[in-house]
Design a protein around this ligand. Structure first.
Ligand code: ADP
Ligand code: MG
Length: 359
């Protein structure tokens, strides 16, 4: 096992003739600590697969270095990296039995048959494949085949890391939930570094100790689910995490406090007045409430989601979402809203403004 480290890694795929290269990864310096469970979260096309393939060695980055502990592995072939990788779609040998498919990564490295048998049975048990071990893989459903792929990724115990690239895409929702819990459980048992790529925040937040959020070829924040919720470092994180996402409203800064359409929004985290760039104030819908003394709004929409309601309101032309508990009253006349001063964040050109009291 090893700590995996990226130092100024960038990657551009070869451009079509005559065009400039476009960087799929802009610049990533990132440490993947040995034994942690990471989720790599971001929208389609932001560079997740590119990053994963650089870890496993399927891709050599155009720039920068990759280290496993102190060893520079940037030019080391995949076969020498001891990485298991599970792809989005099943990779199985159709003509082989399920047993032989699962045994393949072990036999490939000369593991003795007694150990092969033991490990294959353990993994098959975990993935509910025991009854199918003697069947040809070709006879299994798409779900079943993807379980074999997962099993092949999990069967070796001597790997530096296991990489999962949106592995549950083809799996039906109920089984998805089950398998995700199993992966998490397995991580707790074996403690191998796992990096789990997904574009689904729920999947990321339930699987990982640490979530790495990517946007447009860059890592914008690494944090626990709570940190990402409470203190998004970039507006994209605020918008992408949470449902609904964070509200962002244009503001000016006056004496450290944000001013939104002539309304001073008291904040416990004052910032400097001379910020150079576009400033917005960010507040999560959970921290906006109705108050007698507040900013007048018009109610646009109320969605009842059971335990809570999502209320959409407008002030001037700005839309603000609120999460309101079912026991809270929604005012019928002249509604006004208030933002929790502890939960107001200020962003300049999309990055959180730190410093001052803005811890
Ligand atoms: P993700 O996995 O987050 O969806 P990818 O890493 O697959 O993102 O892709 C990142 C960017 O690189 C995208 O713009 C994609 O179109 C581009 N890209 C990916 N693979 C290739 C390739 N083999 N050749 C050229 N461009 C590619
Ligand atoms: Mg991908």
């Amino acid at each position: 096992m090893a700590t995996i480290r990226f130092k100024n890694v960038q990657h551009a795929y070869p451009p079509p003739k005559g065009q400039d290269p476009v960087y799929a990864l802009k610049e990533v310096s990132q440490v993947w600590e040995d034994g942690s469970a990471y989720a790599l979260l971001g929208p389609s096309g932001c560079g997740k697969t590119t990053l994963l393939n650089i870890i496993s060695g399927l891709l050599t980055p155009s720039e920068g270095k990759v280290y496993f502990d102190d060893q520079d592995v940037t030019d080391l072939p995949t076969s020498d990296r001891q990485i298991a990788q599970v792809f989005q779609f099943p990779v199985v040998y159709d003509t082989m039995t399920v047993f032989d498919n699962l045994a393949f990564p072990l036999r490939n490295r000369g593991t003795d048959e007694a150990t092969v048998k033991k490990r294959v049975h353990q993994i098959a048990e975990m993935l509910d494949l025991t009854a199918n071990l003697k069947k040809k893989a070709s006879g299994l459903t798409a779900d079943g085949k993807q379980k074999i792929s997962l099993g092949r990724g999990l069967v070796r115990s001597d790997v530096n890391a296991i990489l999962f690239d949106e592995p549950l895409t083809v799996i039906d929702p109920h089984l998805k939930w089950q398998l995700r819990s199993k992966l998490k459980e397995l991580h707790q048992q074996i403690g191998v570094t796992m990096i789990y790529v997904t574009h689904d925040q729920v999947e990321a937040l339930t699987f990982a100790n640490k979530v790495v959020v990517m946007y447009d070829g860059a890592v914008v924040q690494v944090g626990t689910p709570v940190e990402l919720f409470n203190k998004p470092k970039h507006t994209f994180v605020g918008y992408f995490i949470g449902s609904p996402g964070m509200n962002f409203l244009p503001c000016k800064i006056d004496r450290g406090q944000p001013v939104f359409h002539n309304n001073i929004l008291a904040t416990s985290h004052p910032v400097s007045d001379d910020l150079n760039g576009r400033t917005v104030v960010g507040v999560r819908p959970e921290f906006v409430e109705f108050a007698d003394d507040g900013i007048p709004v018009v109610i646009e929409k109320i969605e009842d989601l059971g335990r809570y309601q999502v209320v959409t309101v407008k002030h001037e032309s700005e839309v603000i979402k609120m999460v309101v508990n079912e026991d809270q009253r929604i005012p019928a006349e002249s509604p006004k809203i208030h933002f929790n001063p502890d939960q107001i964040r200020i962003y300049c050109d999309d990055w959180l403004v730190e410093g001052g009291d803005n811890e």
